[in-house]
Design a protein around this ligand. Sequence first.
Ligand code: SAH
Length: 362
Amino acid sequence: MPLKNPDNLLPHVLDGVDETLDAWAEKHAYPQFRTRQIRKWLFAQRATDWQQMTDLPAAVRNELAGEFRLWTTEVVRHTQADDGTEKLLLRLSDGGQIECVLLRDRARRTICISSQVGCGMGCVFCASGLDGVDRNLTAGEIVEQMLRLQSLLGEEERLSHVVMMGMGEPLANLDAVMASLAEAHRSDGLDISGRRITISTVGLPAAIDRVAQMDAPYRLAISLHAPNDALRNQLVPVNDRIGLEAILAAADNYFSVSGRRLTFEYVLLAQINDQPEHARQLVRLLAGREALINVIPYNPVAGLPYKTPTPEAQKAFREILEAGGLRVRFRHRKGDRIDAACGQLRRLTREPPTRPTAVEAP
Ligand code: SAH
């Protein structure tokens, strides 16, 4: 999908950093160390402006500012929760909006990044896909989210984990996602270990196979949400033409090629996929796999009918999985007070509030 560029915008330096900077250095006949200096400012020293790159001559800084955009997005909204979660709503240069989140958990600093504007997968409970997908993000727009979130950290804090769990289906935008994750992983990028970088996917077998062939060092998380095809077809409509068997085969192959333990995600929806029978089926489906099952109690989305299961139902579900020998983690609900679940903040700003307010006289 071509990007609209009505104003002939300058190239984005974060979109193909090496190629962009190498071409720039060659054009001006600058030595290679200039590009290394700029990389260091961008990724390690968290520069937010060319003028902060003080070991570059002022003339070079001005030149860079005249030739490239460092940022292509505008922060529309920056929200902070008491638990340390921070969320950015960003407006892209063509007007689209995306979200990204910083989560703080003890020493962990995890960033949750979007890969598309909207999402085309149509999972019925998710806010991101309610209006379909507008377009893929560029690699630069994905890296920009990482750097913007990194710039929110205090000096003593360091990014430790990246999860592609924001808006969009990362494997539907594979090239840009892989290019941006390479910047997260490189020692002269954000220098984050591959074990701490997770691609979350609805489960697209052909794309999973491609990632396996690339020898990527990243973890894969597969959004399962149902233990059988009949239920999964209802919750995750794209499953209709894929099916659990093909997804699990691709997942097993990814595990055997990469050696990376798999994660399966399971959003728990009250009365829909949270019954003891679902837990027992899940045990049978995943038995014998070196996998972690990540259960996420539903984070309610305004306007959708789905509900979070009661603590008792959650506990019962967990106990069956554990008794069945699965490794289970229940994800804590972080940042739900600031609508940190994917796509929620964007909807709040796009639509007039539809929720009834409690202002009517009794
Ligand atoms: N397209 C990718 C990334 C999506 S977001 C994927 O499908 O994995 C990451 C996870 O959050 C997915 O498992 C998604 O199903 C889940 N999710 C979406 N909306 C949610 C909500 N309201 N509450 C809890 N989890 C949600």
